[in-house]
Design a binder for this molecule. Structure first.
Ligand SMILES: *Cc1c(COP(=O)(O)O)cnc(C)c1O
Length: 419
């Protein structure tokens, strides 16, 4: 893979010309594929010139300059209020904008640890994670010296096993994390069942384990496509939720959201006041300076689309995911594992363990300029898995092209195998 070797360029003494600088950048990034053909990423910038203009205008406003740009803070609080309603919070639900779900996850986990520490001093803390927990939770555990308890999947399904979550908790458990939309399969953990299992644990043993929902992708999808599915503040045990604005919240990178059930004021101990920038208001985030543009864009998207707009957009993506899944299922030796039932994500594996069908297919598609990630899944039954993330910026033409290329690619490698 290019770009992974050691790099050594010295700091130039003399400036180089604008033309040369641009040429170098174009040259070095030549092999980077256009985002529209990157079928592995959840990040979906809509190509809209009006939004580009708006975003450019706000990219120079530092979000942390609260006193200077109070209007942006109002927009941030309006986004938080809308998300509080969307996720069935109450008036005392508070939160903050972050640079993405990773930052939100780390802050949420740090808050779980802080609360747990108030009662426990001597023990080694642990965090109970579902089988598809995102790597950001493992990073938190590593940096904060918390034991990660990464659980095996439920029998036959790559999702959390509620009974295993409850039985893995002990007095050292700072919290449990459920994933709403696993990055690997796009499937939702059975959050309500996990919540019930923890309620039963509480009644039986007195262990009261807080539940966080990592809804990086699903937080902006489930409320529109599966409004009856209870995963959010409707469940009393859910203390906090994070989501990425730049995934199905439909903004450019980078913005995420973190909401707590309890009011903002209980965060005062965690939040570090920043008096020298004017307001002295608490900021619980890890990042300090960052552009206002993604927050302004999030506000724009939320009000421009409304609930029905998000629903229509995600329904279309789900239809595309189902179409791509059908196309894949018709290919020789390919088995579809998930095809848009929760997130509009299609995952597939080879029909038999020894088969190279997944790598053959994705390599052929790479020749057509598509990037489809193939990875070794943590779920042992389906080791080599390919994943296609359907995003709202996929045009109908692009979908036609993709499904045609899938059909052609399979024929090519099937024919090669026979000769
Ligand atoms: C993408 C993702 C993250 C990380 O989110 P960023 O916004 O990229 O930081 C965390 N958890 C889950 C479940 C994700 O899908």
């Amino acid at each position: 893979m290019p770009g992974t070797g050691p790099v050594d360029v010295d700091f130039l003494e003399a400036p180089c010309s604008q033309e040369t600088a641009e040429e170098v950048i174009r040259d070095v990034t030549r092999s980077d594929i256009p985002p529209s053909r990157n079928l592995g990423t959840f990040v979906s910038p809509e190509c809209d010139p009006h939004i580009d203009t708006l975003v450019r205008r706000w990219s120079r406003h530092n979000l942390i300059n609260r006193a200077e740009y109070p209007g942006v803070t109002i927009l941030e609080h309006r986004c938080l209020a809308m998300l509080r309603h969307l996720w069935h919070g109450s008036a005392d639900t508070g939160g903050c904008a972050t640079t993405g779900s990773s930052e939100a996850a780390v802050i949420a986990a740090a808050e779980l640890l802080r609360r747990w520490r108030k009662q426990n001093h001597d023990q080694q803390p642990n965090l109970v994670l579902g089988p598809t927990a995102h790597t950001c939770w493992l990073r938190f555990c590593m940096f904060w010296n918390v034991e990660p308890r990464l659980l095996p999947p439920r029998q036959g399904e790559p999702i959390s096993d509620p009974a295993a979550v409850a039985s893995s908790c002990d007095a050292g458990t700072i919290g449990a994390v459920a994933t709403l939309g696993s990055p690997e399969f796009g499937l939702y953990d059975p959050v309500h069942e996990v919540s019930t299992a923890l309620d039963e644990l509480h009644a039986r043993t007195g262990l009261d384990i807080p539940l966080h929902v990592d809804a990086a992708s699903g937080g902006f999808v489930a409320p529109f496509l599966q409004p009856e599915f209870p995963w959010d503040f409707r469940l009393d045990r859910v203390v906090s939720i994070n989501a990425s604005g730049h995934k199905y919240g439909l903004t450019r990178p980078s913005v995420g959201w973190l909401l707590w059930r309890t009011s903002w004021s209980t965060m005062d101990e965690l939040a570090l006041a920043a008096p020298y920038i004017g307001t002295g208001a608490p900021e619980p985030t890890l990042s300090f300076s960052r552009p206002s543009a993604p927050v302004v864009e999030q506000y724009l998207q939320l009000i421009r689309r409304g609930r029905s707009g998000y629903r229509a957009t995600h329904l279309r993506s789900r239809d595309i995911a189902e179409r791509v899944a059908r196309q894949l299922a018709e290919q020789p030796d390919i088995e579809v594992l998930s095809g848009g039932s929760d997130l509009p994500v299609v995952t597939f594996t080879a029909g038999s363990p020894a088969s190279a069908a997944v790598t053959d297919l994705t390599t052929s598609l790479a020749d057509k300029g598509w990037h489809i990630p193939v990875y070794q899944s943590r779920t042992p039954t389906h080791p080599t898995t390919g994943r296609i993330v359907v995003r709202s910026d996929m045009s109908s033409d692009l979908v036609d092209e993709l499904t045609t290329d899938i059909a052609r690619a399979s024929h090519t490698f099937a024919a090669k195998g026979e000769s």
